[in-house]
Write a new protein. Structure first.
Length: 233
């Protein structure tokens, strides 16, 4: 059975998938090898929020630096030749000028530096002709850490009346908790203390979920918090 390789890169529920259409060559000599990957590399940069001139991407092993379309294509070619049904690639944004391994969030005021988040992307290779998204893309603890950083940055932006930045960071926060009305309502009201309080509760919930993976318990908890919020408003 010929295997088809799919590149699936996902960040905060945004997904970019590329597949070698009409290609049946397991050695990656099909259509995608002939294409110019500049468009795909630009799509990747847009997906992660841009890269400065100093920043670049590296894979999880830190062996492969991804600075241009050719590098990305090479990574995919290696993935396509691998055995197995699924291949996972984690990319990290590297800023060599920072001794603290920090990056400046695009568009944020100078002097407000956030600790670098590990930005995870997945490259899946599947036997089937279509590429299906992994529903469990993000680790809960990574979500919470990113959320805390967003809350902190949003709070700083609010105090300094940098309203556009305030909106940007709170939007990024709420996108990580799509469907949880209490977070969205808190964002709409501008009450960041409520958001942080609920994130503390989610942290405790995450610990509980390590002992139980029953989805109904999670849904019940979310419903409870939502109802509590609605009663107060």
């Amino acid at each position: 059975m010929t295997k088809r390789g799919c590149l699936e890169i996902t960040k905060e529920y945004k997904q970019m998938t590329r597949c070698p259409k009409n290609s049946n060559d397991p050695n990656f000599c099909g259509e995608m090898e002939q294409k110019d990957w500049k468009e795909y590399f630009e799509d990747l940069k847009r997906l992660i929020g841009g890269l400065s001139n100093e920043e670049y991407l590296k894979d999880e092993s830190q062996a492969n630096k991804i600075q241009n379309a050719k590098d990305l294509k090479h990574i995919w070619a290696e993935c396509y030749a691998e055995d197995g049904n699924k291949w996972l690639l984690e990319l990290r944004v590297i800023c060599p000028d920072s001794s603290k391994k920090s990056i400046m969030e695009p568009g944020f005021e100078k002097g407000v530096i956030m600790q670098t988040r590990e930005k995870k992307y997945r490259v899946n290779k599947q036997d089937k002709e279509d590429c299906k998204a992994d529903d469990n893309i993000f680790d809960e603890e990574d979500d919470l850490q990113d959320a805390y950083e967003a809350v902190k940055a949003a709070d700083i932006a609010k105090k300094t009346k940098k309203w556009s930045d305030c909106t940007k960071f709170t939007e990024r926060l709420t996108k990580r908790f799509v469907g949880k009305a209490y977070i969205w309502n808190a964002y709409q009201s501008g009450d960041y203390k409520i958001i942080k309080s609920k994130l503390d509760e989610l942290t405790a919930l995450n610990e509980a979920l390590k002992l139980s993976t029953i989805e109904n318990e999670y849904n019940s908890y979310v419903t409870k918090l939502t109802n509590e919020w609605n009663k107060k408003n």
